[in-house]
Design a protein around this ligand. Structure first.
Ligand SMILES: Cc1cc2nc3c(=O)[nH]c(=O)nc-3n(C[C@H](O)[C@H](O)[C@H](O)COP(=O)(O)O)c2cc1C
Length: 493
């Protein structure tokens, strides 16, 4: 299996959907919460302080501050604003509730788990931890000095984000691996921005030896390490690291469902995108992204004073948008696009692989049409004109929300350039980048009073045809919509 074979075989088409008669087996739905049973569980203090810095500033590279004066409060704050439960929904027919989190996830299935190494935090033992969002607590899987030698990282907090692909495959089958990668991109950006909001820097490492990291962290075999995120900064309450020997508790991973169904295509793409220890010596630089220009220069962006803490905990995916005539201003669109163009701090992100195409439905000062965003110059190039509502919804597998939004997006990934530089591993990096961009779209939309929804379901080749994209210009890897959200009767605070 190569990235190309996997990608081709997981494209949606009218025909592929007609052929696939997949019924969800609710009795076998995977548990959305992983536990490592039999290990000490440490409390993260409830109600950590809310980061007050405006999210607009954080999205534009400013660093905030924290009043957290000890390790547990600091960790609690970082996780409460990146991966915690933030709301619930009630199924109207049964009354059952389910949880929603700060980080979004396709189908709300949450394949991503947050693990972290802590070294030298005050009042918090050095060791390896697994975050349990259901209780906002941390399972202590190992105690002692566990410096992440595999990546050469000596940061005081090092996250290892893992994917449990079965959680996603239960619903989305072979295409699920794509969504696992998107979700990692969202979780990475949720962590990176929360770290910035409380006065830290972060750096993501995608280029690491998979099996060695999995072994080092003693992950259960269904959890795959996908991204390492180092967090450092003067605001972290620190002491000298422990010198004591490592004590392993490990823990027994809970079984997520009665039966785990094998998806050979997912195992195949995962193995194809793995790196061995030998392959990890230095990451090569990718060719730079092509540059271009458009006839519309975006105006200075609209601003917002909404605090990071408030926006992050309020963020939700819109069920649909109110169509009608209410529009978005060009300065608001400018702010949303500017937030996607900021540097992403990762070993694979020095050259960017994603370009945004916009289906503009209702933006003041822009004719309805299709536009290409040239992020370096802050310009839009019109490549198609006329009403795009039916096309945007149709291309998004007939989902009305892409037509009722003010603006919808096709995000085009340069998979060829990424894999020329990084081999099959580049397939992951394109999806991490697009997930990170998606996360920035969610937060910038929310801060301006809009709603947003990530859209993983689209007719791949139809999008390429509609946008007149030659294969060497990239392939669609994510859709997105932003507009005025309808209220969601299932939502509870
Ligand atoms: C990668 C990805 C793909 C998604 N695809 C769709 C989609 O095709 N249609 C849709 O209505 N929502 C989609 N969503 C939104 C999720 O359903 C939503 O994030 C999830 O239900 C959790 O809700 P929340 O975002 O409010 O926390 C997607 C989200 C992500 C992160």
């Amino acid at each position: 299996m190569t990235w190309r074979e996997y990608h081709e075989s997981t494209k949606h088409s009218v025909e592929s959907l007609r052929r696939s008669l997949h019924a969800l087996d609710w009795a076998n739905m995977p548990d959305p919460f992983r536990h490592y049973e039999g290990v000490p569980v440490l409390d993260l203090p409830a109600d950590p302080p809310a980061p007050e810095t405006p999210v607009f500033e954080v999205l534009n590279g400013a660093s905030g501050s924290t009043s957290a004066g000890d390790g547990p409060t600091f960790l609690s704050q970082l996780l409460f604003y990146s991966g915690a439960i933030s709301a619930s929904k009630r199924v109207q027919s049964t009354g059952d509730r389910y949880a929603l989190r700060v980080n979004p996830s396709s189908g709300n299935l949450h394949p991503t788990e947050f693990h972290f190494l802590a070294r030298g935090l005050t009042d918090w033992p050095d060791g390896l931890y697994h975050y349990i969002p259901s209780a906002h607590m941390a399972e202590q899987r190992a105690l002692g000095d566990l410096e992440m030698k595999l990546t050469g990282s000596s940061a005081p907090i090092v996250f290892v984000l893992t994917s449990i692909a079965w959680r996603e495959a239960w619903k989305y089958r072979d295409r699920a691996y794509r969504y696992c990668l998107h979700d990692i991109g969202h979780a990475w950006q949720a962590l990176a921005l929360a770290a910035n909001a409380i006065g830290c820097d972060s750096f993501a490492v995608g280029h690491f030896p998979d099996d060695e990291v999995a072994e080092f962290c003693r992950f259960n075999e269904d959890e795959w390490p996908m991204l390492i995120v180092e967090v450092r900064g003067a605001s972290i309450p620190l002491r000298e690291p422990d010198a004591r020997e490592t004590v392993w508790y490990g823990g027994r991973a809970n079984q997520l469902s009665e039966e785990t169904i094998a998806y050979p295509a997912i195992d195949g793409i995962h193995n194809a995108t793995k790196l061995s220890n030998r392959a990890c010596r230095g990451i090569s630089a990718a060719e730079p992204a092509p540059t271009g220009s458009g006839e519309i220069t975006l105006p200075p962006p609209a601003s917002s004073r909404s605090s990071f803490g408030e926006v992050v905990r309020m963020r939700r995916s819109a069920l649909d948008f109110r169509g009608g005539t209410q529009s978005m201003s060009l300065t608001q669109l400018s702010a949303i696009l500017a937030a996607t163009a900021r540097p992403l701090l990762a070993d694979f992100a020095s050259a960017r692989f994603i370009q945004l195409y916009l289906y503009v439905h209702r933006v003041d000062g822009l004719q309805p049409g299709v536009y290409r965003h040239w992020s370096e110059r802050g310009e839009l190039e019109r490549i198609g004109s006329g009403d795009q509502r039916v096309a945007a919804a149709g291309l998004s597998l007939g989902q009305d929300l892409a037509g009722n939004a003010c603006v919808a997006f096709s995000m085009i990934g340069d998979l060829e350039r990424a894999t020329r530089a990084h081999g099959d591993r580049g397939y992951r990096y394109v999806h991490f980048e697009v997930g990170a961009i998606g996360h920035r779209l969610y937060l910038s939309a929310e801060m301006l009073g809009f709603g947003a929804t990530g859209i993983g379901a689209f007719y791949d080749e139809e999008v390429h045809r509609y946008l007149n994209l030659a294969p060497d210009r990239g392939q669609v890897v994510y859709h997105f919509a932003i507009g005025y959200p309808v209220s969601d009767p299932r939502l509870e605070a």
